[in-house]
Design a protein around this ligand. Sequence first.
Ligand code: SAM
Length: 355
Amino acid sequence: MTETELTQKKTDQKTEQTTDAGTGPRTGARTGAQAGTPSPTTGSPDWSGVRRGPLQPGEWVRLVDAKGRRHNICLEEGKSFHTNRGGLSHDEIIGRQEGFTITSSSGGEYLVFRPLLNEFVVSMPRGAAVVYPKDAAQIVAMADIFPGARVVEAGAGSGALTCSLLRAVGPSGHVSSFERREEFAEVAERNVDQFFGGRHPAWQLTVADLVEALPATVEPGSVDRVVLDMLAPWECIDAVAEALTAGGIVVAYVATTTQLGKVVETLRAHGEFTEPQPWETLVRDWHVEGLAVRPGHKMNGHTGFLVTARRMAPGNKAPVKKRRPAPGAYGVDYEGPRPVGLAPQAAQVADPQQD
Ligand SMILES: C[S@@+](CC[C@H](N)C(=O)[O-])C[C@H]1O[C@@H](n2cnc3c(N)ncnc32)[C@H](O)[C@@H]1O
């Protein structure tokens, strides 16, 4: 990698970076290194993306100043990093164990650590919007992503979620990512390769539309988990059902209530998924200082909604919901897919607010 210095402003999380662009075929599947091969950068056969030992040239470190402002820099012998509190020599960082404070030429103090995965994904260059760590954690836990799992993901976007999925499945698993936009696929490749220090052996990236490419890429019934982070996940449900193994899980991540309604109803209408489980998470930090213990003032009010459902064995229908739908839920104004076995009178109930 050439001279690369990334500065992240805490307030707007805008990034600025120059890197060597990864070169590769323009389309088609791009697969990883062989399983068992250690990462060329970390030397680790677990491909966790974690580096240990003294800091080396070519590694990324994160500098955090007293006000919490973050700067990510790629270490290079003989180089300096210029801050508004003067310069910092890379040579004073190289060779040391992470977890120390360094002082710039004009007296600014900076904490030096290697970036964690959750720090890397919010500061890396973006093509498409990324899945934030709080939602990536939910996806890994609630979609039950396990070591050795065979996972399909679409779209790859900037590769943030891909990093969490690859870390969860490990080198013995398989993550097949689909991204229909070439320029986003290139961003994802650069980010994922940078995080793992080379091409993860469990990763295959296909530049194509999921619905078109999935049947040709995986055997029917061979996939354990499918993760959909895209504008119209409901368009993929038939292809996903074909790919998933019995008992497999689909999880969709969507930004709006309209998308959530459509994906839930499409899963219900398919008939061979269990009742979809939608939810969202809100994370609030706390200020803890002496007697001043209170919620923090800043909070990400909304990131997205998640929904999971399990694949029934082919030909087996999930039990129809016993409870009557809410009044008007499937009334005359409702135009989306209707649940299998919905009683006609339930569909006819008018919305009381319209009376
Ligand atoms: C919000 S981004 C995904 C972000 C990604 N999960 C991350 O964490 O970096 C959505 C992506 O889905 C891609 N996409 C949308 N529909 C698709 C489809 N049918 N097949 C493949 N990719 C698709 C878009 O091009 C876009 O890059």
